[in-house]
Design a protein around this ligand. Structure first.
Ligand SMILES: Nc1ncnc2c1ncn2[C@@H]1O[C@H](COP(=O)(O)OP(=O)(O)OP(=O)(O)O)[C@@H](O)[C@H]1O
Length: 379
């Protein structure tokens, strides 16, 4: 659509998007204003149209691409300054791939990752190195992510080898001791090896390493999933406290909605490479409008036995389709009890659904469903 051309009211109603979103789409631009962080904070990270396709090849001598695994296929979100955004979804929905692209371990196939307004997804060399310092990752499995042959001091201090400007050689051990203290470990453990620590302690070491360069953003990829339930809360509380102490912004990835609730200001629910619903913690847990979110919530453990009896369990039929061949239209439709013909034909936009537009209240948040409706699942 050429500049200056108007978008009709009908187009707007049919698409479920805002006029600004449609205009940007028509111009092939990403809309950086439309996903303003709902928490009202200044966005530190803006992700638009993020795509990662892994090529599927055939043949040994002559390799031919026969398709692609659409691991991430058009993800948009904002991360506000000092905010925690939880990203939740089943195994294989693309959460880790998003995380890897945010910290530049993977290059996006398309889309933009703006850090303080600058697209960092295409940076290289010095400029990339400078930005990477500010966005660090905490990995899922503290048993495999720490080198067993390195001492804790060397593991935590390793980032200083790449960024010596943060800590000159003489000051490094002292800095590592301080970091051990910050994450609740005895600084005297600096010469110990990973196998001498418990799972929770190892994750604290991973967090200390993530903090070494004083980043502004931490991307935590299932940081507590490999830990005992009793230890999970301690590590989540530590992350919460560090956020206050160091003014950190978090992207916190998990496969379980119950884990991210405590720590998240906002939550995005992913399904087969896309975010299907995103909103504040209250909007997602108390006023979900997407059937997939409602199904995930219905599986969250409820401690109160009486409340448990009254809650409705939504059992989804079938398996998650292959990301190499996702369903047309709405990707969730093959497992959705509400699916109708429209769902196979039209991709639902991640926007406030038509029925909630102009309505004040927690149901009016972004949900990619043609037949979105509010349903309270957790009693
Ligand atoms: N390097 C790769 N090459 C090909 N396919 C890949 C690659 N990495 C991931 N995938 C595929 O992309 C999809 C998304 O994977 P990803 O690890 O991001 O999902 P996830 O939601 O983090 O799952 P999990 O919780 O199990 O880690 C999966 O189908 C996975 O098999």
């Amino acid at each position: 659509m050429p500049r200056g051309e108007h978008i009709s009211k009908k187009q707007l109603e049919d698409s479920g998007e805002t006029a600004r979103q449609l205009m940007h789409k028509a111009r092939g631009e990403h809309d950086f204003a439309a996903h303003g962080s709902a928490s009202g904070r200044e966005p530190i990270l803006q992700v638009r149209g993020l795509v990662k396709h892994y090529p599927l090849t055939q043949g040994i001598v002559i390799r031919k691409q026969i398709g692609a695994v659409k691991a991430v296929d058009g993800v948009d979100f904002d991360l506000g300054q000092g905010e925690t955004l939880g990203i939740v979804g089943e195994s294989g929905c693309g959460k880790s791939t998003v995380a890897k692209m945010l910290v530049n371990l993977e290059r996006p196939t398309a889309g933009e990752i703006r850090y303080k307004g600058e697209d960092i997804s295409k940076l290289s060399g010095r400029a990339l190195k400078a930005v990477r310092r500010n966005i660090q990752m905490v990995f899922q499995d503290p048993y495999t992510s720490l080198n067993p042959r390195m001492t804790v001091g060397d593991i935590i201090g390793e980032p200083y080898e790449i960024h010596p400007e943060v800590a000159p050689k003489g000051s490094r051990r002292q800095k590592v001791r301080e970091l051990l203290d910050v994450v609740g470990l005895n600084p005297e453990y600096i010469n110990r090896y990973p196998h001498q620590f418990s799972g929770g302690q190892r994750q604290r070491i991973g967090i200390a390493r993530g903090l070494a360069l004083r980043p502004e953003i931490i991307v935590a990829d299932e940081p507590v999933s490999a830990l005992d339930v009793s230890v999970q809360a301690q590590v989540v509380n530590l992350l919460d406290q560090l956020q206050n102490d160091f003014d950190l912004s978090y992207v916190f990835i998990a496969h379980d909605l119950s884990i991210v609730r405590h720590i998240s200001d906002r939550v995005g629910v992913m399904y087969l490479g896309r975010i299907v619903e995103i909103g504040s913690e209250d909007e997602i847990y108390e006023h979900p409008t997407h059937p997939y979110t409602q199904a995930l919530l219905s599986a969250v453990p409820v401690p109160d036995p009486e409340a448990r009896e009254h809650r409705e369990r939504i059992i989804l039929s079938g398996d998650v389709p292959s990301p190499a061949n996702p369903p047309s239209g709405c990707r969730f439709r093959t497992r959705c009890w509400k699916a109708r013909e429209r769902c196979a034909l039209e991709v639902p936009a991640l926007a406030v659904p038509a029925e909630f537009r102009g309505v004040e209240g927690p149901a009016a948040h972004d949900s990619a469903c043609h037949f979105a409706e509010e349903k309270q699942v957790v009693p």
